[in-house]
Design a protein around this ligand. Structure first.
Ligand code: GDP
Ligand code: IMO
Ligand code: MG
Length: 414
């Protein structure tokens, strides 16, 4: 076998962690290929809840090997903190020598720039993701492999600080001393050194095993294809998972798209189906829609089938996992956006570059109660079944999984 991918189809927090955990038992290797600790993937096993940020969700499955591949921006401090919760990592976690190193000054730059943007702020997680990717693209970043030769890493850092000192000063950020950086990098080398690997070779050597690519963020946050500039700084779509992991394109077998039965967004930017009324509030409270990484309340609204169809095509999804159906239990009516209407009153059935001024055209479905915890499609309330069958048609992809609760077994598999 080759690689399968789990990818978010909306603005993140769809429940990717739950599905990765659900299917992880079928895989030998779980790979993170983009993003960084801006991600927050929640896995609930029995009464225990884990929030994973950089660590692939395969860590909760004893038999899986976990890989943080080249496309990830890795904060050594953060991965060390996460590793400490899971015991000895030797042989269980491999970190690419080509992955970009994210250091504390990246987070400081991120936060300072957000402040400067004022009301035009992106609403980033403040973790330094954008500045770390910017350094990668301008070819001035340290890579994780640089931890293996600290003298050389410090020479690069000295040049970097020299080149950027005006910028740091402008943003009010202190440049750390090279002595402090030596100590910091040495500490990282001590804890991570034996995990640093050429993960390209590792994955190619194991290409006949079952590999699962765990997407972070989601399609509408993609740097090229999302709602720019209100996006993250990586390619979050299926092709980004390939670049970010070195899995050869023809080795990608199945793409599982993850979407909530409604829609949320954390951070700023357009959101055509946002509901500012009591239904949006109901969904936020019932779905506990508060960020796993930053605790911010998530903006809530209705399923956008135009964005959904766009995401299914961009990722060439084979099947969908529809999440958090239970959160809609108890609503009188459930709406789905089936077209956008522009200022001239024309209807649009595709996801355009610019969403400004577009209004949702809704199809309304009768609500239902008691989908929570159901594990068989036939046992779902009739109206919920109708809703799911309609979504399948609208986004043109089979819905294979339906999640009816946060726990592993609260899932319908069709
Ligand atoms: P991810 O970033 O895509 O992995 O998603 P998050 O973990 O950030 O957010 C999803 C949240 O929804 C987590 O708190 C999950 O435990 C929870 N969750 C996942 N699936 C379901 C579901 O079907 N029903 C309910 N009620 N909660 C769910
Ligand atoms: P998971 O993997 C939801 C959002 C931020 C902000 C924008 C840019 O848990 O689904 P960044 O810090 O990446 O520069 O912020 O992207 N964002 C997410 N929203 N889920 C995530 O990850 C996100 N990662 C980033 O809120 O709007
Ligand atoms: Mg999340």
């Amino acid at each position: 076998m080759a690689a399968d991918l789990i990818v978010g189809l909306q603005w993140g927090d769809e429940g990717k962690g739950k599905i990765v955990d659900l299917v992880a038992k079928h895989y030998d290797i779980v790979v993170r290929s983009q993003g960084g600790h801006n991600a927050g993937h929640t896995v609930v096993i029995g009464d225990k809840k884990y929030a994973l940020h950089l660590m692939p969700s395969g860590i909760l499955n004893d038999n899986a090997i976990n890989v943080i591949a080249n496309g990830v921006v890795v904060s050594p401090a953060k991965i060390i903190e996460e590793m400490e919760k899971f015991g000895d990592m030797k042989g269980r976690l491999f970190i690419s020598d080509k992955a970009t190193m994210l250091l504390d000054y990246h987070a400081q730059i991120d936060q300072a720039k957000e402040k400067l943007r004022g009301k035009n702020a992106i609403g980033t997680t403040g973790r330094g993701i954008g500045p770390a990717y910017a350094d990668k693209i301008t070819r001035t970043a340290l890579r994780i492999g640089d931890l293996l030769d600290i003298d050389n890493a410090l020479e690069k850092l000295e040049d970097y600080f020299e080149m950027n000192k005006g910028y740091f000063e402008y943003l009010g950020i202190n440049i750390p001393s090279l002595d402090d950086m030596r100590n910091e990098l040495q500490g990282y080398q001590d804890k991570l050194g034996e995990l640093i690997t050429d993960t390209t070779k590792l994955l190619w050597d194991n290409i006949d095993k079952n590999i699962l690519l765990e997407g972070a963020q989601a399609t509408l946050l993609d740097i090229d294809h999302g709602t720019y500039p209100y996006v993250t700084s990586s390619n979050t779509i299926a092709s980004g998972a390939l670049t970010g992991s070195a899995i050869p394109p023809k080795q990608l077998k199945k793409v599982i798209g993850i979407a909530k039965a409604y829609l949320t967004r954390v951070g700023n930017g357009p959101f055509i189906t946002e509901d500012f009324g009591k239904d949006g509030e109901y969904i936020r409270e019932k779905g506990f829609e508060f960020g796993t990484t930053t605790g911010r309340p998530r903006r809530c609204g209705w399923f956008d089938a135009i964005a959904g169809k766009y995401a299914v095509t961009l990722n060439s999804c084979d099947e969908i996992a529809l999440m958090k159906l239970d959160v809609l239990d108890g609503l009188k009516e459930v709406k789905v956006c089936v077209a956008y209407e522009n200022e001239k009153g024309e209807q649009i059935d595709y996801f355009p570059t610019n969403l400004d001024g577009l209004k949702p055209v809704y199809k309304t479905f009768a609500g239902w109660d008691k989908s929570a915890g159901v594990t068989k499609f036939e046992e779902l309330p009739k109206n919920a079944q109708e809703y799911i069958l309609a979504l399948e048609k609208l986004i043109n992809c089979p819905i294979k999984y339906i999640a009816t609760g946060a726990k592993r077994d609260e899932t319908v598999i069709r």
